[in-house]
Write a protein that binds this ligand. Structure first.
Ligand SMILES: NC(=O)c1ccc[n+]([C@@H]2O[C@H](COP(=O)([O-])OP(=O)(O)OC[C@H]3O[C@@H](n4cnc5c(N)ncnc54)[C@H](O)[C@@H]3O)[C@@H](O)[C@H]2O)c1
Length: 342
């Protein structure tokens, strides 16, 4: 299919996950792609995977929350492919945090990437599209958190709700140029990133009416529709793609309240010079504070994941503000580096 032949699309934050899948699907249908990611290696790898399938794709690595760099993306589209027809502001960061403790630098970081990166991409792309006089498509990546309250996500949720209002608002200023502006609000979506959480698929399959979290293909095919010629009369809208979760809203707070990820190694417990043979994980006071009464420690060892349940009361205070989690026999068997405690 050649739905997007002679169209140039810019997709931000597209070195992996949803963004990369959108680029793959657009390229497979004839679009020329400017693939952006802040990570050079991800941008290069992503573009290579598309070129391997004979797709037209150029990686442009950099921070899409910087206005000067956004202009570089637009210029790259023009220089390499002669136009900018579709922009998808996909890059977004999620910085979890207790509202009462949330740091100004985290707040401004979330706003800069999620809002600034989207607002100015839309602005600079719309200027170019207006000049081209061939219309255009602008798509924002929102989230169901812009619709429902989620603990520890106040800043992220607020940024996503704002994007949906931006899509609605721009209808007034961009419709005269035949530029449509829409948003997608994905629910829980399985990506490479979510694979580090051993309970992710199970939890979201249980609380999502359709019986599973979204795949990146589910979100990408929605994106393709909204930026296609067929969607020319749809603008100012947000399409929720969540397998029905928002309609029922079983609380994910109960099942996924706080997740702490850190990398450590096994320690040998050495009390007063005596090797007891215990192994333990060291946990900072801040991490311990965030744990639920019933927690799970997961080990990722050579690709396979084991989980063990423990009570928060099993943590031993070490007097220096730190806690340790002594391992039981089953946990001791595990070796490896990556840990997730919930
Ligand atoms: N995965 C989900 O469950 C889910 C659910 C709802 C909404 N979303 C939204 O969908 C979008 C994509 O999500 P994902 O899960 O595929 O993300 P991801 O974290 O897997 O990938 C995002 C990419 O963006 C890049 N990035 C981050 N900051 C950047 C910046 N300033 N400039 C350029 N690149 C940057 C990262 O390097 C990363 O490769 C995000 O906006 C996210 O908020 C995701």
């Amino acid at each position: 299919m050649n739905t997007f032949k002679n169209k140039t699309a810019i997709v931000t934050g597209a070195g992996q996950g949803i963004g990369l899948e959108i680029c793959k699907q657009l390229a497979a249908q004839g679009a020329s792609i400017i693939l952006n990611d802040i990570e050079l290696s991800l941008a290069d790898e992503g573009a290579r995977s598309i070129q391997k399938e004979k797709g037209n794709c150029i990686p442009v690595a950099g921070d899409c929350s910087e206005v000067a760099f956004i202009q570089t993306l637009i210029d790259a589209g023009l220089r390499n492919f002669g136009s900018v027809d579709i922009v998808i502001a996909n890059a977004g960061i999620t910085l979890f945090g207790d509202f009462l403790e949330y740091k100004p630098e985290d707040f401004y970081n979330v706003m800069k990437v999620n809002l600034g990166g989207s607002f100015f991409l839309a602005q600079l792309a719309a200027r170019q599209m207006k000049e081209q006089e061939t219309g255009g498509r602008i798509l924002f990546m929102s989230s169901v958190t812009g619709h429902q309250a989620h603990k520890n996500l106040a800043a992220y949720a607020m940024s996503k709700a704002a994007l949906e209002m931006l899509a609605k608002n721009l209808v007034l200023e961009l419709s005269p140029y035949k530029i449509t502006v829409n948003a997608i609000a994905p629910g829980a979506t399985s990506t490479e990133r979510t694979k580090s959480d051993p309970d992710y698929e199970k939890t979201w399959s249980r609380i999502t009416p359709i019986g599973k979290p979204a795949s990146i293909q589910d979100i990408a095919s929605t994106a393709l529709f909204l930026v296609s010629p067929e969607a020319g009369h749809i603008t100012g809208q947000t399409l929720i793609v969540d397998g029905g979760w928002t309609s029922v809203s079983p609380s994910p707070i109960k099942v996924r309240m706080s997740m702490i990820q850190f990398t450590t190694t096994l320690h040998k417990f050495d009390k007063k010079g005596e090797k007891t043979g215990w192994t333990y994980l060291e946990i900072s006071a801040k991490q311990a504070h965030q744990l639920k009464p019933n927690c799970k420690v997961s080990f990722r060892i050579k690709g396979s994941i084991d989980s063990y349940a423990f009570q928060k009361t099993a943590l031993l205070p070490m007097g220096d503000g730190k806690f340790i989690l002594p391992f039981n026999a089953a946990m001791r068997k595990a070796t490896g580096k990556n840990w997730v405690i919930r």
